[in-house]
Every structure is written in C-alpha cells, then in structure tokens.
Design a protein around this ligand. Structure first.
Ligand SMILES: *Cc1c(COP(=O)(O)O)cnc(C)c1O
Length: 244
C-alpha cells in the first residue's frame, strides 16, 4: 500500500471515530482531499485508493491538475475518452479574483470560497451550458479574521438568497476557516458558530432548497468540526504530508 493510500485509510478512520463519538452517522461526513502543492501523481495515487473529491487553492495549479487527471483517466484501459463519468470532482477552496472566474467556471465542479455577489454573478454567467450547475458554498469569516476572506456573519443570509437565484449555480452550503483554536472545546465553539448561521439560514425559509453542506475542519481540527456538525472535512496534510 502506498503512503497516500495508508494515510487516506487513517483519515477515514479518524472521521468514523469522530462521528461515533459525536453520535453521528459516518456516511454523512464527506472527505475532500486537499491536493494543493502536490503533483498530479499524488492525486492519481489517491484516486487509485478510492478518493474522488479534491480541493485546490490556486486556480492555475488546479486547472493544470484537472487537465492532467482527465488525460490520465482517458488513457486507462477500458475507459474510452469521454465515455464514462469523471472519476474526480474538483473543489476550488481558495480566493477567486474577478479575472479568474472564467477559468474556475469552466474547470471546477464546486467553488467553496464565494464571498461576494459579484464573483457569484460572473461564475453563473461564465458557467458553460454543457456542464451541470456549479456547486457553491459561501465562505464565512466566522471569527472576524481581519486578513481573511469571507462574508461577515450578519451578511450571510442576504448573500445566500441572492446566490440561490443565479441560474447556473446551485447553493450547497457554507464553508469557514477559523483561526487555530487553543483546544478542542474552543475549536468546537468556533465551528458551532458557523453551524448556527447555517441552521438559521435554512430555518428562515427564504431558500427554495435548504443547504446541505457544512464545510468545516482540516487536519488539525477535524474532530471538533465533526462534533459541531461538519458534513465535509477538507484534509491536506494528513493525506499528502506537509507542504514545503
Ligand atoms: C490548505 C487548506 C486545507 C487543508 O489544510 P490541512 O491543514 O493541510 O489539512 C483545507 N482548507 C483550506 C481552505 C485550505 O486552504
């Protein structure tokens, strides 16, 4: 077994253990493998170990890897090019500037880092009609980090309503990257804030379809995020190793 395959197994075990501890169903927590700064070969190893969803922070790097994986998949025996569903699903989890929205709309399946209506509008306009709608999470600046992207908690409801109206996007949920907490309790408390916003927006009844995705938790705080209700953990280091 490769190191990546072994690491994936360990992360899946961590997710299951955290779900059991929190009294949650482990099939309701999905794993996003964050492959930023690792080569396409590392992604292929993860795919061969059964991983499907990958997260990238940098648009150009992500698009390059997405293309490499398409070529790799097309070259697999018994995989006539384009005839089968894609083995991989790609999430953009880094900041998206206006001049990058077209690349993102053309190549990614999800964008978890939408924090302005203008970016959402461009993504919707630029999403090619032959592709399914782009799946969207709003990034929430839950702990008021001054240097961080993300919509302020008080503005989530309005942005969610506006994004949900855009024709080529599907609003799926919220994402947050809080500052590292001092301990488990503190991390749980921070993640619970995002969960509360998520529940409040869904309970407001203003969305045609309720959000189903709460993207919380990375290598260091996966357990706290699951305790607070995460449905999607974004794990890089524990799968691929530390980034230089
Ligand atoms: C890098 C990154 C991750 C993964 O972080 P690890 O600590 O390596 O697991 C998750 N989410 C976002 C938004 C990131 O930028």
């Amino acid at each position: 077994m490769t190191t990546i395959a072994r690491n994936l197994q360990l992360v899946r075990e961590r997710i299951t253990t955290a779900c059991v501890a929190a009294g949650r169903d482990p099939t309701r927590v999905h794993l996003l493998a964050v492959s930023k700064k690792f080569a396409a070969e590392a992604v292929i190893e993860a795919v061969l170990a059964g991983q499907r969803a990958f997260g990238e922070n940098y648009i150009a790097e992500g698009v390059e890897k997405i293309s490499a994986l398409r070529l790799w998949q097309a070259a697999q025996p018994g995989e006539p090019s384009g005839a089968t569903a894609n083995l991989t699903e790609w999430h953009c989890i880094g900041p998206v500037q206006s001049n990058k929205t077209r690349l993102v709309a053309e190549h990614f399946d999800w964008v978890q880092s939408v924090d302005r209506l203008k970016i959402a509008q461009r993504l919707s306009e630029q999403r090619p009609t032959h592709l399914p709608p782009l799946q969207i999470c709003l990034q929430v600046n839950v702990d008021d980090g001054v240097n961080k992207s993300g919509v302020a908690p008080a503005e989530v409801q309005a942005l969610a309503q506006a994004v949900a109206q855009l024709p080529r996007l599907t609003l799926r949920g919220l994402m947050a990257i809080p500052e590292p907490a001092i301990d488990f309790e503190a991390a749980c408390e921070l993640h619970a804030k995002t969960k509360a916003i998520f529940d409040a927006v869904n309970a407001s009844g203003t969305l045609h379809t309720p959000m189903d995705t709460l993207s919380l938790g990375m290598t260091a705080d996966l357990e706290a995020a699951i305790h607070a209700g995460s449905t999607l953990v974004r794990i890089g280091t524990a799968i691929f190793g530390s980034r230089s």
